[in-house]
Design a protein around this ligand. Structure first.
Ligand code: GAP
Length: 464
């Protein structure tokens, strides 16, 4: 595996990610995904969607807006509680998270710090031409609320019965005080979130899984997803959030942590959050519903127009569903998969850098390489093969003739391309080409006539 610094350098050099607005000195903690980064990001999102929507019977998708009525954030609790405690160092003027330092400035070591103040992480903007409080809106800090406020729409339009879940992928924004570590913590990022609605405990029939059991199932499911995509088990672990760490809505949260900081001496400090899997109970649906009243009969949410209860035909009751929420960014697993896949090895006395990315995640699936770029027959056969692969619509294929074959292989190894396909002089005679496997470096001759099938099989896109 590699540390974040090594990956940051590779990412910039090979076009995975660039600092935002680089030519103007950059913008803090926003990253742009380059030609390879966008492919890998799309692959990651597709793999997630496939696993949590297409391969299940109990999930649907949603794509809600980034901008929402600010009342959403009032009733979700984010206006009141989505804060970080902030202190200023009087000596070097650094602004720091009070909960991340131990009484002294992490920049200069001074203990001359201001009292902690609460700092809301939501970005504000205004809607419409007048920049006053009436047009206030927030850029969403999580995609989850879009699912909660659409609960009734989804229920009414799909006739789903509990348990069922909603998946969503989209941008989220947080005005993080101490962002950094490349794409680990940024101010603009993408989230992949599931809100999985289950029966509340009081209407369960004997033998039906409880919210707590569903929570366990999702923890196992999500852990296995990373392993199925080749993440090494020794770099992944579960972490039970202590009560003091729990978000305002959570009854229990288990994080999946990745060894993001292998260079740190203290083993415990090597780990950080990759994904959080929370049991949010009925907190959110209740908070956004017009129905619940307090002891004096006063509505808890006088602004909502919707009753977000679920009618359970078996018990003839209106109930609030409980929610299990597996929530992950796109950027953080992308970083983890890159770190995990990175290998340096020696091949015939030379250093080889290879990203052993799972073939579903690799940004380029196949590179078509002519052995001689000045030989017309070889070049045109290689280009023809590339466009045939391209026409399958199933993969990113590239053609490269800008270096000798050894260098071309190394280039593809470094960005994790699972297959290289070489066209040589012999190909013109026997109509066969060489497929080289990234990991084993083994080479195999295959006929050009059926090249699409040969490649698709090796990429697992069609069965044997
Ligand atoms: N809806 C629940 C929620 O948003 P969270 O633990 O605050 O929970 C979920 O965020 C996931 O989103 C994290 O596990 C992480 O993968 C990602 N994430 C959160 N803040 C991030 C940031 N500033 N930069 C990159 N990813 C972030």
């Amino acid at each position: 595996m590699a540390d974040i610094e090594t990956i940051t350098s590779l990412a910039k050099r090979r076009g995975f990610a660039f600092q935002s607005s680089d030519i103007y000195g950059g913008l803090g903690s926003v990253w742009d995904y380059g030609p390879l980064g966008v492919e890998m990001k799309n692959n990651l999102k597709r793999a997630w969607w496939k696993a949590v929507v297409y391969e299940r019977d109990d999930m649907v998708g949603l794509d809600s807006g980034i901008l929402m009525n600010p009342l959403v954030w009032k009733y979700s609790g984010h206006e009141a509680t989505f804060h970080d405690p902030l202190v200023d160092c009087r000596k070097c003027k650094a602004r720091l998270r009070a909960d991340k330092i131990e009484g002294k400035c992490s920049e200069c070591g001074s203990t001359d710090l201001t009292e902690p103040r609460q700092f809301n992480l939501m970005f504000r903007t205004t809607i419409g031409p007048v920049e006053d409080q009436s047009g206030l809106a927030y850029l969403r800090p999580e995609t989850a609320q879009g699912i909660f406020v659409n609960f009734k729409n989804i229920l009414d339009s799909t006739n789903r019965k509990l348990p069922f879940g909603v998946a969503q992928i989209g941008k989220a924004f947080r005005n993080e005080i101490t962002p950094g570590n490349f794409i680990f913590r940024t101010r603009e990022f993408e989230q992949m979130e599931i809100e999985f609605f289950v029966k509340p405990p009081h209407i369960l029939k004997p033998g039906e899984p409880t919210d707590e059991e569903w929570h366990e199932r999702w923890i196992a499911e999500r852990l296995n997803w990373y392993l199925s995509l080749g993440m090494r088990a020794e770099n992944l672990r579960k972490y039970e959030q202590p009560r003091a760490e729990l978000a305002h809505y959570a009854k229990r949260t288990v994080d999946l942590q990745y060894r993001f900081f292998p260079e740190r001496e203290d083993e415990e400090k090597q780990w950080d959050e990759l994904e959080g899997i929370a049991n949010r109970t009925d907190f959110d649906l209740k908070a956004h519903s017009r129905k619940p009243v307090d002891e004096e009969g006063k509505r808890l949410n006088p602004d909502s127009t919707a009753d977000l209860t679920y009618f359970d035909h078996e018990t003839n009751q209106h109930v609030f569903a409980y929610v299990i929420e597996p929530s992950v960014g796109v950027d953080r697993p992308l970083l983890a998969f890159l770190m995990d896949a990175y290998h340096e090895e020696e091949v015939r006395g030379e250093k080889r850098v290879v990203l052993r990315l799972h073939r579903d995640l690799a940004p380029i699936k196949v590179a078509v390489l002519p052995l001689a770029k000045n030989k017309e027959g070889i070049v045109s056969l290689a280009k023809d093969i590339k466009s045939r692969l391209q026409r399958t619509g199933m993969m990113r294929a590239v053609y490269d003739d800008t270096a000798g074959i050894g260098k071309l292989y190394r280039r593809q190894d470094e960005v994790g391309t699972p297959l290289c396909l070489t066209v040589d002089h012999q190909s013109l005679e026997d109509n066969q080409v060489t497929i080289r496997d990234r990991d084993t470096m083994l080479q195999e001759r295959v006929p050009v006539s059926d090249i699409e099938t040969a490649i698709q099989k090796r990429l697992g896109l069609i069965g044997d």
